[in-house]
Design a binder for this molecule. Sequence first.
Ligand code: NDP
Ligand code: HSE
Length: 439
Amino acid sequence: MKPIRVGLLGIGTVGAGTFNVLQRNQEDIRRRAGRGIEITMVAARDTERARALTGNGVEVVSDPFAIVDSPDIDIVVELIGGVELPRELVLKAIANGKHVVTANKALLALHGNEIFAAAQDKGVMVAFEAAVAGGVPIIKALREGLTANRIESVAGIINGTTNFILSEMREKGLDFATVLKQAQELGYAEADPTFDIEGVDAAHKLTIMSAIAFGIPVQFDKAYIEGISQLQAVDIRYAEQLGYRIKLLGITRRTRTEAGEGIELRVHPTLIPAARLIANVEGAMNAVLVQADAVGASLYYGKGAGSEPTASAVIADLVDVTRLATVDPYCRVPHLAFQPNEMTDVAIMPMAEITTSYYLRVYVKDQLGVMADLTRILADGGISIDAVLQKEPGNQVNLDIIMLTHQTREKNIDAAIAKIEALPAVIGKVTRIRLETLA
Ligand code: NDP
Ligand code: HSE
């Protein structure tokens, strides 16, 4: 059988990794896929650089539409990044009857519903393993490996850049800006690194996992997003003294309240007990913890970013698409795990309704009765305290009071924080970080 013909849109960090791994392992990949997989066209703005990477025998073009419109291409691999241009390219490729592989989580989080519907109509596949957790095959696990289960929750460290920053800050005491620069040099960070540090990239990935886990549409606009840019080194230290690590965690979970069933969809810095496996995931590594009714807890760990780890996932998709290209579209694995006509519309919960535990740091004047005021406000709000730590951060006049609470509703803690900030002895804002035991 003739090799399947692939057009690569973009030959940057992930594109070059894909090209190299496909060349290096082509014989094993052919034996697995049942036929060869050949990159025959590449699009890049800097065509000289692209030619230097591909060598002869590959057509290099500067116009990516030349690939999606080419009758000689079977699969389009979108590795350009951004949203609007990839959306146009992917929809055009689908309209032209081509299968698509993409690593673009922003694209799918924002336009996944439109893209999957178009692919469904046209009977083509859109594969996106590389879009979530880089080289970790979590999409395959959620969509196929766990298909027997009712999934209860997914919680993950799904942004390598922020995990790298948090690890280096905690282990080496390096400052935020220095470590971010290193992450950019290592090719982990997005073109716009605010997507990483403000939690947007993690929310893109979480939104995709949530849709697959629960059979709901992709709803990025409903995600609660808080990044690590406001996180202070002092809180990383205090958390450690209390036996916790702070991680940027994406959490999506089924929740039942008096109002009915809802789905949590949130990304924020989170204290996790240091004894948990996932709390020890360091550097650019990713990990996703899935709770499901039959299998229980399962943890998926590996490199979440970088050239060849991400290429590994892109090529796994290429092999899947190659194997299934001739199969009746109705016999393929649905894009979001559930059959398109079996999706549900369970609502995403407003943040005020979620229940979790909290780390609170209150900077106070060292006055008689201040601790009593704090504990009274929490008790009045029905919030029970789990641990208290008192620290003198450098002077004898003011104190940091750190409290860990038991589980409570977010709206209760919001109300208590407003009352605490109004106390005359309290200086500035209360620092609030959510805490998950992940038991
Ligand atoms: P890079 O910026 O390294 O590469 C982008 C490539 O796209 C470059 O070859 C660039 O060409 C090309 N390109 C951009 N715009 C155009 C255009 N208008 N026409 C033709 N070519 C164009 O990005 P990455 O490889 O890091 O990321 C690609 C995608 O993969 C993104 O969606 C990203 O979110 C995702 N991803 C990245 C991971 C990583 O670790 N880096 C991990 C998982 C997913 P030129 O260089 O000539 O300008
Ligand atoms: N910028 C992303 C990260 C790349 O740091 O995880 C992988 O998606």
